[in-house]
Each structure stands twice: as structure tokens, then as C-alpha cells.
Design a protein around this ligand. Structure first.
Ligand code: ZN
Length: 245
């Protein structure tokens, strides 16, 4: 089986269409949260994920835009975008976002937006220390898929040992999974990458090969930026798309 993995779409329809086109042959599509927030097409992105019957968990921006958590945790630009998104969302998409769970167990992996040790607070895994807290609560699953940081990377730890390796996947490529190791994989962000590469980032898990391929695909950043300008979304949010930061 081949499973598509997307995350942090952030209402970026141009990036999502490119990613879904690249993932058109997968058996099932999974989404690790943040379908909305920041970008100009929240309803279209929700509808595409619903049409594709993606198995989706909730991200902090979905949660805030659907009125489930306070906007006080957000910086001013993110807060403005979340309020804008809340006003745009159709009732049906609002209820769709509210229906999403914080974790999902597939039998071959556990999925969470931020960290497995503290799913409700959307903690960021940005280093080995953060990864350790999730490794400590992962078993019996030995693969954890995360999003949230918008940085494509891979952490691994041999079961029973303490050393944790951290590998950036900024240019894409293959991760080979080993049953003797615990792995945390972040396939990056479709709609707002922050690892210095502006191309949409997403993954494919191949169960036969035991690999996760991280793919990067260019999309029309200028089209998304123009829509964000016209919607009056904060300038900082559309300029950053160009640099992948
Ligand atoms: Zn996000």
C-alpha cells in the first residue's frame, strides 16, 4: 500500500493542487492538521480534503479558526488571518473542522499535529529534546507522523537506547524505516514551508518498501500571493511564501 501524507496546507489552494496531483495514485490520503489559517482559500482546501476522503487530524489553526481555542496564543498576523478565516468558513466546513480529532492510530503509525506527549497544547518538536518526549510515549507504535513546525525532518532512536539522530529532509528524498528503531517523521508543509525551500512539501509511505519519500514540488507562489494581497491578509504572511521561511 502507498499512503499520501500532507500537513499544514494553510488555505493554499495552488500548493494543495500540486501536492494532490503528485499523490493521485495513493491508496489513502492522511492530513496532519492545519488545513486552514494564513492563506486565501480555506473553504476550497477543506472541500478538496473532504472530496478526497482524507483522514485528517486537527491543527492549532483549524482549532482557532473553528472557535475551539483562544486566539490569544497567536502572533498578530496569525490572529488576523484566523479571524479572517473564521468569517470565510462555510457552516459545513466549520463543523467539519470541529469534528476532527487530535490523534489518529492507523496500526502502522500514530499521527498528531504537534507532539504525542501533549497533543492538546500543540507543542513543537524542533529538537532532540522535544523528540525524546514523544519517543517516551510512542510504543507500541514505532512510527509517529507529525506536522506543525513546517520543517521537513526525521528523528530516530534505537529501541532501548538513548541516542537520538535528527536528519533534515529539506531537499526531499527517502527515509528507510527500521523495526528496531522509533521514528518521528515530519513531511513538511504543503502551503507554507519554513525550511528555506519554498516548494510544497509532502510524503508517501510505502508499506512494502518500508520507506517514506519526501517530495518537494514547485507551485505558483505568485498566484497565491496575489489572492492574499487582494483579501487584505497581512503582508508578512504572503512575502514569506517566496522564501520558504
Ligand atoms: Zn501550521
Amino acid at each position: 500500500m502507498r499512503y499520501g501524507i500532507v500537513s499544514d496546507i494553510h488555505s493554499n489552494l495552488e500548493a494543495l493542487e500540486v501536492a494532490l496531483d503528485s499523490l493521485r495514485d495513493v491508496d489513502t490520503l492522511y492530513c496532519l492538521g492545519d488545513i486552514v489559517g494564513y492563506g486565501p482559500n480555506p473553504n476550497e482546501c477543506c472541500e478538496l480534503m473532504r472530496d478526497r476522503q482524507a483522514i485528517t487530524i486537527i491543527g492549532n489553526h483549524d482549532s482557532a479558526s473553528a472557535g475551539l481555542i483562544s486566539l490569544d496564543w497567536f502572533n498578530p498576523a496569525a490572529k488576523t488571518a484566523a479571524e479572517w478565516t473564521r468569517n470565510q468558513l462555510s457552516t459545513s466546513n466549520l463543523f467539519y473542522l470541529r469534528s476532527l480529532h487530535q490523534t489518529h492510530y492507523t496500526g502502522w503509525a500514530v499521527m498528531v499535529h504537534g507532539s504525542l506527549n501533549n497533543p492538546e497544547n500543540f507543542e513543537y518538536i524542533i529538537d532532540r529534546r522535544g523528540a525524546k518526549n514523544t519517543f517516551d510515549v510512542m510504543l507500541p507504535d514505532n512510527l509517529c507522523l507529525i506536522g506543525h513546525t513546517h520543517i521537513s525532518e526525521f528523528y530516530s532512536k534505537r529501541i532501548g537506547e538513548n541516542r537520538i539522530d535528527q536528519l533534515p529532509m529539506t531537499s526531499g528524498g527517502f527515509i528507510y524505516l527500521n523495526q528496531d528503531f522509533l521514528s518521528i517523521v515530519n513531511c513538511g508543509s504543503v502551503g507554507q514551508p519554513r525550511d528555506g525551500n519554498r516548494a510544497a512539501s509532502f510524503g508517501i509511505y510505502d508499506t512494502d518498501e518500508r520507506t517514506i519519500e519526501i517530495r518537494r514540488r514547485e507551485y505558483s507562489v505568485d498566484v497565491t500571493q496575489q489572492k492574499m494581497r487582494e483579501a487584505g491578509l497581512p503582508e508578512r504572511l504572503w512575502t514569506r511564501l517566496e522564501y520558504g521561511m
